[in-house]
Design a protein around this ligand. Structure first.
Ligand code: AMP
Length: 594
């Protein structure tokens, strides 16, 4: 539908929302508004967050309540304070230009006496969280006897949070003759029960398939070691300078810890969880909404109902236990037709969860690589250059300062100036990311490959050759980076490489026989940090001997590390700089950093 005309809303209301930039209805508004305007109807709306459901029920509600009747006619129940406030703000924005309604929000964690005063002044619509409403009902402050409309927003969330009894109690306190409008992102059995017990032949509106995620969310995941998760998070944040997102953690302790680490490491981040006072939470949410805070680290419960536009990312530090939580978390991004990324940082153990969620939301996840140190530096540099291009130059005011600046720089060429200027910001990152290791958890590193011999580590299967390579841990390599090295120069795919035995000054790896020749060719003339890389085929039964021989030549694992690699033929200078950072300068020719 092209506009709000024709849905049955009054011209005044259509004009009021047009002024707010609502030109055409979202799909749920298009479906729900005409149904709800019928007046006598119960409705179940299955819709994700961010689909425009507040206006879908809010606009008909505003049209149906009687402005001249002071009694409480409508009750909206929502799981959190944040969502209740958001709903009230929306209703006020829609209605204030054309009518004078008393809309009162009540929620826990704020002064109850202020809320009592407001209700006593007359509340035609009450927006409430279940707990505080129960409190007010028990104090007989709220009179629900004239209620005609009850809206249950994010019903599944309220049940997840343990409000089932409260909701039952509240609904049974309202008159029998009323309209119940229930909205939920998912439809578990408990939500079904509410609709059975309190609704009569409800109309059902489903946006997309049940529990299906928003189309505009790009679901991604990376696999790293559990202990590398924080580092992987930092890489992504560094790689995405304009990131504006929520980082979800499972527990309050994790939330606090991650936020503290990020703050300590100089990021714009703050935690949001239940152990904070309401004032602290308000402050955090205010700065997140006005974008003075870039990253909100939150628990599932605390982040419910957050409606912040334009979030670029939702990051999961682990997959949630409940399927619905994933939908709720990822639904914080890609709101109101925008696009967003939901990125799960997982360990191998959690990979099964990805498949379960894929099946449930009927969307595929894309496996991503953790950006390398170089990629982060490159992106940072580009972002800096972009900023320079975009910066507004105040010609008049800067003019008088420039002669001195030109004088200072007169001996430098344009290229020098660019290099130096970029280095001011860049050096910090370069230093941090110099020789940063590969954080990606290879599928192979701790799992037998297809063609790997089992049991005896010296035996190879018929399909694989075992290859000696004269580089190892002492060259700063890890299994992942050795795998990259082999794949890059050997021009083979990762799944052609089998078991990798990483030693101090050398290593062994298995290669699918089909590729052995091309691998050996590919490595011809290759240098790693100034040292010629040498590959040698080994035979299964010779291995024990040849390995022992090599150990004697190159030194055993412990010996070679104690030696600092001095025994490696002819490579004294780079091997003395045993650390990865120092050997970096040695790259040359076809060599590459690993
Ligand atoms: P909701 O699902 O109600 O939380 O709405 C998500 C966001 O979309 C809110 O920021 C609304 O203000 C916005 N929105 C809702 N309906 C429309 C519409 N028809 N046109 C433009 N924006 C809308």
């Amino acid at each position: 539908m092209e506009s709000f005309d024709g849905l049955g809303l009054s011209g005044q209301l259509v004009e009021a929302i047009r002024q707010l930039g609502f030109e055409k209805p979202t799909p749920i508004q298009e479906k729900a508004i005409p149904v709800l305007l019928k007046g006598k109807v119960d409705l179940v709306g299955l819709a994700q967050t961010g689909t425009g459901k507040t206006a879908a029920f809010g606009l008909p509600l505003l049209q149906l309540v009687d402005e001249s009747n002071r009694a409480t006619q409508a009750l909206i129940i929502a799981p959190t304070r944040e969502l209740s406030v958001q709903i009230t703000t929306d209703l006020e924005r829609f209605s204030s230009p054309i009518m004078k309604l008393n809309i009162v929000t009540v929620y826990g964690g704020a002064s109850i006496s202020d809320q009592i005063k407001k209700i006593r002044r007359g509340a035609q619509i009450i927006v409430a969280t279940p707990g505080r409403l129960m409190d007010l009902l028990s104090r007989k402050v709220v009179d629900l006897s004239a209620i005609q409309y009850v809206v249950l927003d994010e019903a599944d969330e309220m049940l997840n949070m343990g409000f089932k009894e409260d909701i039952d109690e509240i609904l049974s306190t309202t008159p029998k003759e009323k309209n119940v409008w229930l909205f939920s992102a998912t439809m578990p059995r408990e939500v079904r029960e509410i609709s059975k017990n309190y609704m009569h032949n409800p109309e059902e509106i489903t946006m997309g398939e049940r529990n299906q995620g928003n189309e505009n969310i790009d679901h991604q995941f990376i696999v790293v070691d559990e202990r590398d998760k924080y580092m992987a998070l930092k890489r992504f944040v560094d790689y995405t300078p304009d990131i504006y997102g929520v980082i979800f953690c499972r527990t309050k302790i994790d939330t606090q810890k991650i936020a503290e680490h990020l703050i300590k490491d100089g990021y714009s981040a703050d935690p949001l969880h239940g152990d904070l006072t309401q004032q602290q939470r308000d402050r955090v949410m205010r700065s997140f909404k006005n974008k003075s805070l870039q990253l909100l680290v939150a628990t599932d419960v605390a982040a419910r109902g957050i409606d912040v536009s334009n979030l670029t990312h939702v990051i999961h530090m682990n997959m949630p236990d409940e399927m619905e939580y994933y939908t709720h978390r990822s639904g914080r991004t890609a709101r109101a037709g925008k696009k967003g990324i939901s990125l799960a940082i997982i360990s191998k153990r959690e990979m099964g969860r990805i498949q379960q969620v894929e099946r449930s939301i009927k969307r595929k996840f894309t496996r991503m690589n953790v950006p390398t140190g170089d990629e982060v530096c490159q992106n940072k540099l580009l972002a800096l250059v972009h900023k320079v291009k975009q910066v507004e130059v105040n010609e008049d005011e800067i003019d008088s300062f420039l002669p001195e600046v030109y004088h200072e720089l007169k001996d430098l060429t344009k290229e020098d100036i660019i290099k130096r200027f970029a280095s001011i910001e860049f050096n910090r990152f370069l230093e941090y990311y110099r020789d940063a290791r590969d954080l990606n958890k290879s599928d192979r590193s701790d799992r037998s490959s297809n063609f790997e011999g089992e049991g005896d580590r010296y035996s190879t299967s018929e399909n694989a050759d075992r290859v000696f390579i004269n580089v190892g841990k002492m060259d700063g390599l890890e299994k992942g980076s050795l795998l990259d090295l082999v794949c890059d120069f050997g021009e083979v795919k990762k799944d052609a490489v089998g078991k990798i035995d990483l030693k101090g000054a050398y290593s062994f790896f298995e290669i699918d026989k089909k590729f052995t020749e091309q691998l050996l060719k590919g490595f011809e003339g290759i240098e790693l940090r100034g040292r010629k890389v040498r590959l040698e085929m080994t035979q299964p039964h010779k291995d024990k001997y040849s390995e022992k021989k090599k150990e004697r030549f190159y030194g055993s694992k412990s010996k070679s590390s104690a030696d600092g690699g001095n025994s490696r033929g002819g490579s004294r200078s780079e091997s003395r700089g045993g650390s990865r950072g120092e050997s970096r300068g040695g790259d040359r020719g076809r060599s590459k950093r690993y």
